[in-house]
Design a protein around this ligand. Structure first.
Ligand SMILES: [Zn+2]
Length: 677
């Protein structure tokens, strides 16, 4: 999502992907037809479990990756489309959420009007930029653009004070670049160089679409690239940002003013509606020192070019075809390898989700989320919690005092399932049938002000950071809570028609994964109440790091696309969560089977085998090379193949289930296995 801000909150969330009983016909929990029985499980378990599915599901042209998540998202699209279309067709009561959803969707689908309008709806915004005369004007315009959607120079939001999580404070974060990672501006590898070259051409073509001649557009694209390169160089890397101590720098307005003295911060906060801003967390102080220098060294005309670029880049998706096509050619086709654009209705649907997420969510859960699913999920969560509890108690590497704190944290971990108890109130958001981009701007302003209004107030514990209609889950360290939206509680993750082994292997592992995030290399820095506080003894910390290092090394050794490796450090938190989730859920399954007659084999597979097969099924996917290259740099999750083979290769229970022996390619000798939670 670009121009449209989904949630402006800068909370750090650990997601499951970088992404029921309602079905009339039960979905088969595991289909052996999807497997590749010509490969032995000890050679390549991912291929064994998913080989035929992978072969028979080539990536649709509109996708750059296609797997279990995308399959479910496709089904989701269809359900949401019927809701949105109905809302657009009916004359719903003025001011109701149905009216807002319907009008937003209808203006997005009205291509005749969108083509006619061209960029006229943004005329006044471009005029504002054209009228800029001084660096003071530049600063005012940055604040204005952040309010209506684009976020030039840096990001602003609200979030819990990480060392006092009862309160919400303002958050400043590095930003202002158009490429998806700062490393693309600085990298010496061929792909980064190619990306820079194409990006500059793309910027020039966008300026030409705005009416500039070729020479002017060419010069402008270099100006933008020059400014963004300076921003990138001043930015922290993704790895640096994984350390929550480094990104916690709370300061007063006065101190921020000293740090970044060429920017008038008091006026800035006043401009965005925060007259009494209070303390501010500055995510990357060095970055804010550098942009202060840039305010002096970059000329006003160059800033104007950069601001024009930000405006058009962030709004291209909501304008006429020429802009949409050029935007897709770079971001979709060139960067990610997507062959064709998603159909318009899917793009407008995503935008509606971004603008009115919890309004759409209300309609979605009413129609598609059965209350029984919540009950079963709660039970599963309780079972997994009690297993993790006993595993922590038995840990040999952790001291009693740290264990006590860890158990306290686990007991305090909150769980949210399905949808929020309290919905966002959209009554102050005006949505009309006048223009798509105008609706997008109004929604941005509404969501921005909503975020800013939280500052200085106690934290709202009922709040969600994901829509119920999103196929994903998250752990929020500052809330110490795990959250499972309604949309993930469906096959292949959660299947009412399936045996326990399958549900423990799929959604059970997902639950265990999210719980483990509270204890991964990042999450372990936060305490029972979500405060950033060191509650570990030095020795325990050392032992934890040594164990995590084993896992990092394993993943560093995985090779993707000939010579590119997985980044074991970048993906460490997710890999710890995958390994923990698998272990916890396996033990919970064994516990549930104990004392009962042993279930019959299904399709020739034991419950233990079905557990691991269901787990592998969740990660089946096909991905285009360009998208894979991007993900290796940007995604904290490992490729699906290694999210499967990595964790299982550390588990003797897996070896036993499939009779994997020393000498098999997946087999790891005892002293090379990672055991953490
Ligand atoms: Zn995760």
């Amino acid at each position: 999502m670009k121009f449209l801000k989904v949630v402006n909150s800068l909370a750090i969330l650990f997601l499951l992907v970088a992404g029921c009983s309602k079905k009339p016909q039960p979905v088969p929990p595991l289909d052996p037809k999807n497997m590749d029985l010509t490969v032995s499980p000890g050679t390549d378990f991912y291929q064994y479990a998913n080989g035929n599915w992978i072969k028979s599901h080539p990536i649709p042209d509109e996708y750059s990756r296609y797997g279990a998540f995308e399959q479910l998202i496709e089904q989701n699209y269809k359900e949401l489309k019927s809701l949105l279309k109905a809302a657009a067709k009916n004359k719903a009561q003025q001011g109701s959420i149905e009216q807002k959803i319907g009008d937003f969707y209808a203006t997005g689908m009205d291509t005749t009007k969108i083509e006619q309008d061209g960029i006229s709806a943004l005329k006044s915004e471009f005029q504002r930029i054209a009228a800029i005369k001084s660096t003071k004007d530049v600063q005012n315009e940055i604040a204005h653009l952040q309010l209506v959607g684009p976020s030039p120079l840096f990001d602003v939001g609200s979030g819990q004070d990480e060392k006092n999580t009862e309160t919400v404070i303002a958050q400043l974060y590095q930003g202002g670049i158009g490429l998806p990672d700062r490393d693309y501006y600085t990298g010496d590898d061929n792909r980064s160089k190619e990306i820079r070259k194409e990006y500059v051409k793309h910027i020039a073509r966008m300026f030409k679409l705005l009416g500039d001649d070729a020479a002017k557009a060419g010069a402008e694209s270099k100006t933008v690239m020059n400014i963004e390169t300076q921003l990138a160089k001043a930015s922290m890397t993704r790895l640096e940002r994984r350390d929550p101590h480094k990104t916690y720098n709370k300061m007063s307005l006065k101190k921020l003013q000293r740090l970044s003295h060429n920017i008038d911060w008091a006026s800035y906060f006043k401009n965005i509606g925060l007259e009494n801003v209070g303390d501010i967390n500055v995510g990357q102080p060095h970055f804010f020192k550098e942009i202060s220098k840039m305010i002096k060294t970059v000329g006003v005309d160059d800033w104007k070019t950069y601001l024009r670029w930000n405006l058009i880049n962030r709004s291209a998706n909501y304008l006429s075809t020429d802009f949409v096509k050029e935007d897709f050619a770079f971001y979709g086709a060139f960067l990610s390898g997507q062959k064709v654009m998603k159909p318009r209705w899917k793009r407008v649907l995503s935008a509606t989700n971004g603008a009115l997420g919890e309004a759409v969510g209300q309609l979605y859960v009413k129609k598609y989320f059965p209350p029984e699913a919540k009950e079963r999920m709660l039970n599963l969560v309780m079972n997994l919690k009690s297993v993790l509890r006993s595993r922590i108690q038995k840990l040999q590497w952790m001291s009693e005092s740290t264990k006590k704190q860890a158990l306290k944290k686990l007991d305090a971990m909150n769980v949210k399932i399905g949808y929020p108890d309290k919905w966002i109130d959209y009554s102050k958001l005006e949505i009309k049938r006048d223009s798509y981009i105008a609706n997008v701007v109004r929604a941005n302003q509404f969501n921005f002000r909503r975020e800013m209004n939280k500052i200085g107030k106690p934290v709202d514990r009922t709040e969600w950071h994901m829509n119920p209609q999103t196929v994903n889950a998250y752990y929020n360290p500052t809330m110490n809570e795990i959250v499972f939206p309604a949309a993930i509680l469906q096959p292949p993750f959660f299947n009412n028609a399936a045996d326990d082994a399958v549900n423990y292997g799929a959604i059970g592992v997902v639950i265990g994964h999210e719980m483990t995030h509270g204890f991964d290399d990042q999450g372990r820095n936060f305490d029972t109440k979500g405060n950033l506080r060191d509650w570990w003894t030095k020795e325990d910390e050392k032992r934890f790091n040594a164990r995590a290092q084993v896992l990092a090394k394993q993943f560093n050794n995985y090779v993707v696309l000939d010579s590119l490796h997985v980044n074991g450090k970048l993906t460490l938190g997710e890999n710890i969560a995958d390994l923990g989730g698998l272990n916890i859920s396996y033990q919970a399954l064994e516990k549930s089977l104990k004392g009962k007659p042993r279930p019959e084999k299904i399709d020739g597979f034991t419950p233990e085998q079905r557990f691991f097969l269901a787990f592998a099924q969740v990660w089946r996917q096909n991905i285009r090379p360009k998208a894979q290259m991007r993900r290796l740099k940007e995604d904290v999750h490992s490729p699906g193949r290694f999210r499967t083979d990595g964790p299982v290769s550390n588990m003797p229970e897996f070896y036993k289930a499939f009779n994997v022996k020393p000498g098999d390619p997946l087999y790891r000798p005892k002293n090379e296995r990672a055991i953490i939670w």
